[in-house]
Design a protein around this ligand. Sequence first.
Ligand SMILES: NC(=O)c1ccc[n+]([C@@H]2O[C@H](COP(=O)([O-])OP(=O)(O)OC[C@H]3O[C@@H](n4cnc5c(N)ncnc54)[C@H](O)[C@@H]3O)[C@@H](O)[C@H]2O)c1
Ligand SMILES: O=c1ccn([C@@H]2O[C@H](COP(=O)(O)OP(=O)(O)O[C@H]3O[C@H](CO)[C@@H](O)[C@H](O)[C@H]3O)[C@@H](O)[C@H]2O)c(=O)[nH]1
Length: 432
Amino acid sequence: MRVSIIGSGYVGTTLAACLAEFGHEVVNVDIDESIISQIEAGDAPIHEPGLDELIAEHGGNRLRATTDYERVLETDVTFLALPTPSDEDGHINTGIIEAGARTLGETLAETDETHLVVTKSTVVPGTTEDVLAPIVADASGKTLGEDLLIGMNPEFLREGSAVSDLQDPDKLVFGVNEGEAASLLHELYAPLQEENDSEIPVVETGIREAEMIKYANNAFLASKISLVNELGNICKEFGVDAYEVADAIGLDDRIGERFLRSGVGWGGSCFPKDTAAIITAAQEVGYDPQLLEAAVGVNEKQPERLLSLLDDRTDVDGTQIAVLGLSFKPGTDDIRHSRAIPVIEGLLERGATVVAYDPVAAENMQERFPDIEYADSASDALSDADGAVVVTDWDEFAALDDEVEAMKNPIVVDGRRVITRREGIEYDGLTW
Ligand SMILES: NC(=O)c1ccc[n+]([C@@H]2O[C@H](COP(=O)([O-])OP(=O)(O)OC[C@H]3O[C@@H](n4cnc5c(N)ncnc54)[C@H](O)[C@@H]3O)[C@@H](O)[C@H]2O)c1
Ligand SMILES: O=c1ccn([C@@H]2O[C@H](COP(=O)(O)OP(=O)(O)O[C@H]3O[C@H](CO)[C@@H](O)[C@H](O)[C@H]3O)[C@@H](O)[C@H]2O)c(=O)[nH]1
């Protein structure tokens, strides 16, 4: 099939590379020239395991990239994979996706062919049908349900494992109004089903349901982590190891063993903005989502709890503290809503000198905190430190050995249970 994807960020680029790998002809459309030239040259514009290889193989061939919306006319299906950020009050901001939909509609005005437009971005229920579809229809002059079909196909990939999540998803959700739109989506994902012996469950549903499924998925997972963090905080007060407790409750199929790692909380480009957006959307329709608000509240307190454990062991004012890990999770250079941000802010407020280290995210964090020090390795960050906090569970921190003992003052407060508790270091874990 011939597919275009508007927006070539974490989702758009990974989706494009995977669709090209399935054998489709794909065009990425983005306003950022540097992203476009990298893809055209066969280089991945973001750090994602497995993406380099796919773009090296297909970039400039089956996968093209352009700033020119006209290239959409060479395709039958267009995905909108544009940002849907939160406003200050948490409310979803659809300004960017509306602008993209309008330009798409103006472009589609040039063709009589039927076109399928699919929302890939995360949007609150009603956005595709009530906001985006009318914009595309008005700008293109096309008729919904006739030569303009719409769909909603939410994305569940995680950063750091985006390629493998896209190639082996737990489910596919097709929000559609017409059989023709459903058939096109089935055709698009047919190579993926073939690779997986047709075992990927497909949920064919309404467009609003598809939009809500995405929020429900993220709200559930974020709340699951906040619940295990709350239980972990209670465990800590009782001197109980929260990880042993989590491993045991995870054996109950109704609970499940994944997403039970307690610690410094959830960050990233999705959980914070999506919980905020669905809370605000619920309030707007007259419902007060108390449990989701509490999940956000627990999450906001974890970084300060981590720092208070450090305060219990040393007065950080005037001392040098190492921050290990800056990305919001391992495997990515993304620092959006990383828990490292409130941790660094808290350390600076306390008068500490911060030396930070991350294998890939330091450059991004430098834009946020230009005045703190950045070390080239974990051992460099630790060597002159009077204490260390672990914020991201990169594997290389688990492999640290004598480097920890060699700290000026070997106090480690671990927010992700990465460092082993042992002789020679003063160790404290956030929930164990
Ligand atoms: N990042 C994730 O892990 C993830 C996973 C699932 C769903 N989502 C959702 O997918 C959507 C996209 O997220 P993302 O993380 O890929 O965003 P992103 O910020 O990484 O990328 C968005 C891209 O859109 C481009 N862009 C902005 N305006 C444009 C325009 N008018 N025309 C063309 N391109 C334009 C930007 O230059 C950027 O490259 C969001 O709704 C997000 O919630 C994200
Ligand atoms: O047991 C756990 C699991 C995760 N986290 C934290 O939760 C955050 C999010 O992690 P993860 O979900 O793995 O990464 P994301 O890339 O943010 O992916 C989430 O957000 C995406 C965007 O909507 C969805 O597509 C994914 O399904 C959903 O998992 C990170 O800060 C993790 O450190 C924990 O604290 N404990």
